[in-house]
Ligand binder design. Structure first.
Ligand code: F6P
Length: 324
């Protein structure tokens, strides 16, 4: 293998740049030509491919977002789109790929590998931490810290006015951000897709709070089955009609996706980026380089996509016990 290419796809996450840097520099260190592909699979189809040098990735380690841009490609879902992408890679002589992204990215990479056989290793880049085969995903730690900073500020104003705040965090299908924010932010309640907390549970919990708790924070993951924070707040509020309680909603949204990556995310991005390239050189393919118990592990895309990574039961218990 002489020429490899790296791209980022799906939702960006802080630490992706550290990962890109590691891929480029590890490749060059091992004598490879390393190319970048802009805009993920869309850019692959359009042939937005260019050669990188060690200095092309200078001064990006500490930056959020992705210098390679990202996209959720509709065209790559089609056979014609993938054929175009393959032709572009062949034209550039690309013999190996590093795909940085989440489950959508790996689903695409798996199909592409099965059709065209270009060796591909993934790096887990998503704030959601919902990928099987790695303890943490690149960007998760930063997202939680960003959300916590905001939650701490909301806590100040909630306490000043004796208000109940419903704070929406990201996680369409995953409650990892929600539960860690709940523990780290001292939330009274956490609603995430993995647990089946109902509106009456929220009402009961709020009514059962000790008298000295005059303000409360409820974390709602955007993918909760009862709805987002606004919807949940309206339903709960309706149950407090005759009570003198004030309810507020804050949606943290995409601020959780940006910002300078934490040390953890820079290191995870760097480790998995290097492992992806060295994995390709050792013959790894159709798999993701993750870190489990502090060791690099390669897990098949099939397992990364299809196996569940359940929330830690002891985290749920911890949050519940500490919120009394
Ligand atoms: O997968 C990362 C993520 O931030 C999810 O938490 C969120 O549901 C989704 O992406 C939002 O996607 P978009 O930026 O395309 O609206």
């Amino acid at each position: 293998m002489k020429k490899i290419a790296v791209f980022t796809s799906g939702g960006d996450s802080p630490g992706m740049n550290a990962c890109i840097r590691a891929v480029v520099r590890t490749g060059i260190y091992h004598g490879l030509d390393v190319y970048s592909i802009m805009y993920g699979y869309d850019g692959m189809i359009r042939g937005e491919i260019k050669k990188m040098q060690a200095h092309s990735v200078s001064n990006i380690l500490q930056r959020g977002g992705t210098i390679l841009k990202s996209a959720r490609s509709e065209n790559f879902l089609t056979k014609e789109g993938r054929k175009k992408a393959y032709d572009q890679l062949v034209n550039h002589g690309i013999e190996g790929l590093v795909a940085i992204g989440g489950d959508g990215t790996f689903t695409g990479a798996k199909v592409f590998f099965e059709e065209y056989g270009i060796p591909t290793v993934g790096c887990p880049g998503t704030i959601d931490n919902d990928i099987f085969g790695t303890d943490f995903t690149i960007g998760f730690d930063t997202a939680v810290n960003t959300a916590l900073e905001a939650i701490d500020k909301i806590r100040d104003t909630a306490a000043a006015h004796d208000r109940i705040f419903f704070i929406e965090v990201m996680g369409r299908d995953s409650g990892y951000i929600g539960i860690e924010c709940g523990i780290g932010g001292g939330a009274e309640l956490v609603m995430v897709p993995e647990t089946k907390t109902k509106i009456h549970d929220v009402v009961r919990s709020l009514k059962g709070l000790r008298k000295s708790k005059t303000s409360s924070i409820i974390i709602v993951a955007e993918g909760d089955e009862e709805g987002g924070a606004s919807e949940v707040m309206e339903k709960v509020k309706a149950q407090f009609k005759n009570e003198d309680k004030e309810f507020k909603v804050t949606t943290l949204g995409h601020i959780q996706r940006g910002g300078s990556p934490t040390a953890k995310d820079r290191i995870l991005g760097s480790r998995t980026g290097m492992a992806a390239v060295e994995g390709l050189l050792k013959g790894e393919s159709n798999c993701m380089a993750g870190v489990i118990h502090d060791r690099v592990v390669y897990t098949s895309f099939e397992d990364c996509i299809s196996k569940e990574k359940p929330l830690k039961e002891d985290y749920l218990r911890l949050q519940e016990i500490l919120s009394i």
